[in-house]
Write a protein that binds this ligand. Sequence first.
Ligand code: FO1
Ligand code: CA
Ligand code: CA
Length: 306
Amino acid sequence: MITVLAGGTGSVKLVRGLVAQESKVNVISNVGDNYWLYGLYVCPDIDTIVYGLADLLDQERGWGMKKDTFNFLRQMEVFGEETWFRVGDRDAATHLIRTNMLKNGKNLSDITKWMCEKFAVSANIIPVTDNSIETRITTDKGELHLQEYWVKHRGKDPVEGIQYIGADKARPNPEAVNAIHDADMVILAPGNPLTSIGPMLQIKGIRKELSKIKKKVVAISPLIGDNAISGPAAKYMQAAGIESNAYGLAKMYSDVCSNIIVDTKDRMLVNKIQSLDMKVFETKITMKNKLAEDALANFILKQVHV
Ligand code: FO1
Ligand code: CA
Ligand code: CA
C-alpha cells in the first residue's frame, strides 16, 4: 500500500500514473488552496485529483472539468459579481453539493469519500485535515489568499512571504496519519513545495508521523535547474529563503524525507544532496503524456527501494 501527499495540477499526473499500477493508493490532499466563492466551498486540489482519476479533468488547464461550459459564471457577471475565478457549470455542481453537505453537518473527509464513489474513483482521497487551513501570500500590497494572488492578480507582484493560517491548530485527519504509518512507501508528489506540500507539512501530527518513517518517504522534485517545470514554485521558494533547485527542495524536506528523485539534468546536484543524508535517484521527471506518467510511476515503484 502506498500513500501520496498531493496538491493539484502539479501532482495529478503522477497520482494517475501510480493509481494505474498500484491497487491500493491513498492520496492525502492539500486543503490550503480551498476558497469560498459565492457561498460555495471550492477545493481545487481535491477536485483536480478526483477529476484527474475519473478522466474528467481539463488536461490543458490542469484544473476544472473538460468540455465544461460557463453559463453560470456569465450570469454571475450580469449580476455584477467578480468572475476571475472560472468555475464551470458542471464544476459548480461539485462545489454546490459539497457546500450543502457541509451545511448538513458532514465533514470534508466523508464528503470526499462520497464524491469518489460518485465519480467511480478507486483511490482513497483523504483531506489532510477537516479543519480550515488558508495559504496566504504576502506582497508589498498586503496579504492575499493564494487564489487571489495567483488567479486574480495572475501572480504578478513580488512575494514577500507565505503563511498557512490555521495550520498550527489544525487536527491532522486520523486516517491520513494511519495512511502514513501503514504505508510501504510515502510519496511527496511533485506539487508546489510551498503551496501544495508545505501546508500539509505545517500540521504537527503529519510532520511528526512522516519524520518517524522518513526512510520510507520519497520526494519527487518539481524543478529542473533553477525553475519549476510549471507554476510559481521557484518564486515562492526564493521568497521563503530557499534555494530554488532540487538541493533547496531536499533541504526543505530533509526532516521528513530520506529519498529524492531529481531530473537527470540535475546530476550535478547529487553529491550536494547526498551530504544531507538523503538517497538520490535520477530519471526524467517531466510528464508530457500518459506514457511519461506511467514511466515515472513505474520508476518509483520498481527502482526506488525503501
Ligand atoms: N486557476 C486559474 O489559474 N484560473 C482559474 O480561473 C481557476 C479556476 C478554478 C476553478 C476550480 C478549481 O478547482 C480550480 C481552479 N483553478 C484556476 C486552479 C486552482 O485555483 C489552483 O489551486 C491554483 O492555480 C493554485 O495551484
Ligand atoms: Ca493547488
Ligand atoms: Ca499545485
